[in-house]
Design a protein around this ligand. Sequence first.
Ligand code: UD1
Length: 356
Amino acid sequence: MKVLSVVGARPQFVKLAPIARAADAAGVEHVIVHTGQHYDPMLSDVFFDDLRIPAPDVHLGVGSGSHGVQTGAMLGALDAVLSEHDPDWVLVYGDTNSTLAAAVSAVKLHYPVAHLEAGLRSFNRRMPEEHNRVLTDHAADLCLAPTRVALEHLAAEGLSERSVVVGDVMTDVLLGVRDAVTDEFPQLLLDAGLREHGYYLATIHRAENTDDPARLRSIVESLSGLDRPVLIVAHPRLVAKAAEHGIDLSTGTLVPHRPLRYPELVSVALRSAGVVTDSGGLQKEAFLLGVPCTTVRSETEWVETVELGWNVLAETHEAIARAVQRPMPAPTDAQPYGDGRAAERVIEVLLEGARA
Ligand code: UD1
């Protein structure tokens, strides 16, 4: 069996790592195509190095652009790549523009498409990721759901017959990396003078939080007045927008930092007193590490983190400050994101599908 994975943005490299390992262990031929959506070394290359992912077989080098321009450029480039490699499955990941482009190219060329992390919904039709995931699920031949809730969403849209719960592959990676970084206190915390549980970790990158100057200013003001230092790990868009709007990312309690390598991020999240983020992945990583999270959005796809009390949605200046400084939630042993062996299950399901 030959599986062709298409990835392009940071969270997809994390999901690719356990899939590449499981494919290798099962003797499955695996072709990796990188669209080039993320091209900064700290958003791309370091993930391949740190998570020991084989170098991409094909790099499309598409780069940034408006949603249509970026997605269209990938789509245009992918047709020839898929035809050349002629895979048994095209595997697409998550909800980025790279995901949608690969799903559309594959379905039009009649290659079977499997969607990893299928069935997540925010029900916010203004989110680019919501368009990408809904359209990809409906184009896919196989929807690989991470959770029961995701499977219910797929069923509600008439997709149950092609859907299966496999668990969450990010859990696979996170548990391994957590065990590897537990002992060593990270140098970057020492350099910044931050103590274990003496700081918060923040990441803000979504367009709805960064592009409106008033909104970004209100978030930054809220974070800069918290009761502990805030290590703010800045995506290039946040840096660019803050500069454009004249907003200082080093004011008050804020300690700005370049994007982190994945093991650094896990280590720094694990040692923080709490995470504040608008990232999808980091909300769940905080939960799996037993760290309280505040999500700067009006909804989340990872509803289990909220239901179990480990994640609070907060959008205004006051709500963010209140949520971050709340008491520690009650411990839970619930495992809504699987047992850390999702990638093996994905490869098994793909093998079954290829034989059918
Ligand atoms: C993308 C995904 C988002 C995911 C995020 C992870 C979509 C619609 N969004 O958002 O779901 O959570 O990746 O980080 O696919 N830029 C750089 N260097 C890079 C890449 C981007 O400077 O290597 C800057 C550019 O100014 C670019 C902007 O960041 O225009 C946005 O990048 P883009 O890939 O469009 O979306 P992300 O916000 O990264």
